[in-house]
Design a binder for this molecule. Structure first.
Ligand code: ZN
Length: 120
């Protein structure tokens, strides 16, 4: 997704409010950087099964050093650019569950669009 001018304004304001004194590249020491024009996305990895969940991850904003091309990443969610939808399903433990109610074992797995191994 290409960032809009409004997105770039939000990003610059967020960075200025948190990076007192600017940001110095930890590779080359330069203080010159630019925001990458698109949002990147991680893929989630399940360390128990070894499965990669391509449809689940964290949206990231890249800040690239204009001298050495080092890129550092910031959470687009924390920056306020996007909020993940709240998904409620029968398999998702809810804070609204009565006290003392244990969710079923299947509900303790992280939410994913991929089926768990052996679920077919
Ligand atoms: Zn650098």
């Amino acid at each position: 997704m290409q960032l809009t001018e409004d997105d770039l304004t939000t990003i610059r304001q967020w960075l200025q409010s948190r990076l007192k004194g600017g940001l110095r590249c930890f590779v080359c020491g330069s203080t010159e950087s630019s925001v990458l024009p698109s949002v990147a996305m991680t893929s989630m990895f399940d360390i128990r099964t070894g499965r990669i969940h391509y449809m689940d991850g964290y949206p990231l904003i890249g800040l690239q050093c204009t001298t050495c091309a080092n890129v550092i990443w910031f959470s687009a969610i924390t920056m306020g650019l996007w909020q993940p939808p709240v998904v409620v399903s029968a398999d998702t433990p809810s804070s609204a569950a009565p006290a003392g109610t244990e969710p079923p074992a299947s509900a303790q797995a992280p939410a994913s669009t991929d089926a768990p191994a052996g679920a077919e």
